[in-house]
Design a protein around this ligand. Structure first.
Ligand code: PHE
Length: 526
């Protein structure tokens, strides 16, 4: 059996043992809903990341194969950036729809349904004459974008509803949930990556669709046992809330279907997309700033200022972190020595280092924060952001060193470098991402939590758009058909040195200097 299949088998066995273990050890502490949502989100992430593992590779190798290599890469990164940016932009609306009109259950089911359609469309897109069919390709991505906007934010918010606000089990529940997220991601990057690259692209995409179908079915069947929770808001049921004069269900469905061609179009309008994001960001940050500066209570206002400052650093983090699905995957394809024990491993499966490290390290991190907390030494939220950025920069430094000093004569670096890079990036993610989410809920004034959370996703969205742009820098014009890996190696190394190391480390330093001020503004909340 070849090594890829071995890795795949071991990965699945590990998960098949790990998941029952988690459920068994937590079954008495948590409501059943946690496990239903765990499985639904696990399979949804399976589909999302299975597809992301293949996306940029598929675009550069199949979809835009008629273009010169550099042009194909530039185009692919622009689409990747716009796609992931919209994936994190639409949850703002998805959350609103659930709160006001459809309730969690209907919104999640509708979103899941659209995502299933999207993934299967990508699968079908490979059959016969449909290979490389652009309208189908962009339509499929748009279906996933809109579907994800309804699904992703609401599964997490829904989970919160099964616990009282100050329930001590809540943090634990979210850690278990995050484990589900990463188990799904891990399995899919391995499985869809392998199937897509080694067997057939479209089987890989289709497999992602099957994952999503399982997630949707799990949710559909088991959410019936949730009683009153997640039903449509009372006022809607009683007919007091209407949209265009009728029950809101149909208008929401029609409007979301109408959004699909718009998103599909936007995927191709790179500049317009950037401008829209910029305008939305200015409006929202401006609004938050206004809120912060005019707050009656000085402490409330200053706490919001902290969120605004961290908004920018959060975006920088994701702009570099999300190179994983973009330029790092093409770097792995071209410049990593993927021959191991006689097998050439497909580049896409290397992305699975991130979720694997999360699964292994998340318990360690929770334990560490708890211990430090008891010793009175737990770093403050801004300090954890500094640590997150610093580890991200360190990860890129490892790749740069590998590329500059340890590449072989063919321009290939050892797998060890990419593994260590992912290790540091993952530790960075664990230091910053969960902390950021919980900070938003603690530092925002009660009435605007939902809005600030939306803004927080927006900063992620901007980060993802920037990620696409940074990716284009690695697709230098000088690199065209048949370029020697030695040439591409230098371009990756330089881009990562400037953006991954210098800019990120610079951001970490600036934030570090701001810590005393931010701590003062936080007024006792850490
Ligand atoms: N890997 C995480 C996930 O897919 C990344 C993420 C963190 C996304 C926080 C949204 C919010 O869930």
């Amino acid at each position: 059996m070849n090594l890829t299949l071995w890795i795949l088998t071991v990965g699945w066995i590990f998960v098949l043992l790990w998941v029952p273990f988690i459920i068994y050890t937590n079954r008495k502490t948590h409501p059943k809903a946690l496990f239903v949502l765990f499985f639904a989100e696990m399979w949804e992430r399976f589909s999302y990341y299975g597809m992301r593992a293949l996306l940029v590779l598929y675009m550069t190798k199949v979809l835009f194969v008629d273009l010169a290599q550099s042009a194909a890469e530039i185009k692919s990164y622009a689409i990747y950036g716009s796609y992931t940016a919209m994936v994190y932009l639409l949850p703002v609306l998805g959350g609103l729809v659930a709160d006001k009109y459809l309730g969690f259950r209907r919104t999640i089911i509708w979103g899941g349904f659209l995502m299933v359609l999207g993934h299967f469309t990508l699968g079908i897109q490979g059959i016969g004459d449909l290979e490389g069919n652009m309208p189908l390709f962009f339509g499929a991505l748009a279906l996933i974008i809109v579907g994800n906007g309804f699904f992703k934010p609401n599964v997490s918010s829904f989970l919160g509803k099964f616990y009282e606000t100050d329930d001590p089990r809540k943090d634990g529940a979210f850690s278990i949930f995050y484990m589900g997220v990463n188990i799904g991601s891990f399995l899919s990057m391995l499985t869809c990556g392998y199937v897509g690259q080694n067997i057939n692209w479209h089987y890989g995409f289709g497999l992602a669709g099957i994952g999503m179908l399982i997630g949707l079915t799990v949710f559909w069947i088991f959410s019936r046992g949730f009683g009153e929770k997640g039903l449509q808001p009372k006022e809607v049921q009683e007919g007091k809330v209407k949209l265009f004069g009728i029950k809101p269900d149909l208008p929401v469905i029609v409007l979301s279907l109408a959004a699909i061609p718009i998103c599909a179009l936007m995927l191709n309008l790179n500049e317009v997309m950037s401008t829209i994001l910029l305008v939305i960001s200015l409006l929202i940050v401006g609004y938050l700033l206004y809120h912060a500066l005019t707050a009656k209570d000085k402490a409330t206002g200053q706490r919001l200022l902290v969120v605004i400052v961290l908004f920018f650093f959060h975006a920088v983090f994701w702009a570099l972190f999300e190179q994983a699905g973009g330029s790092i995957t093409l770097f792995t394809e071209k410049n990593v020595d993927r021959f191991i024990m006689g097998t050439e491993l497909p580049a896409s499966i290397f992305q699975s280092f991130n979720p694997l490290f999360i699964i292994l390290l998340a318990p360690l991190f929770s334990y560490m924060w708890l211990r430090l907390n008891k010793a009175g030494k737990e770093p403050s939220t801004p300090m954890k952001f500094v640590l997150g950025l610093a580890q991200l920069a360190l990860g890129f430094a490892i790749i740069v060193i590998g590329a500059k000093y340890f590449a072989n004569s063919e321009g290939l670096v050892s797998v060890a470098f990419i593994a260590f890079m992912y290790l540091f990036h993952t530790m960075g993610e664990l230091s910053l991402s969960p902390v950021g989410l919980s900070m938003v809920t603690k530092l925002s004034p009660g009435k605007v939590v939902g809005f600030v959370m939306g803004a927080w996703f927006l900063s992620m969205s901007i980060g993802n758009k920037m990620a696409g742009w940074i990716g284009t820098l690695t697709a230098s014009e000088s690199i065209d058909e048949g370029a020697h890996p030695m040439e591409t190696l230098g371009i990756y190394a330089n881009t990562y040195l400037i953006w991954g190391v210098s800019v990120v480390a610079g951001a970490a330093l600036i934030l570090f200097l701001l810590i005393p001020l931010l701590r003062k503004w936080m007024h006792g909340i850490h």
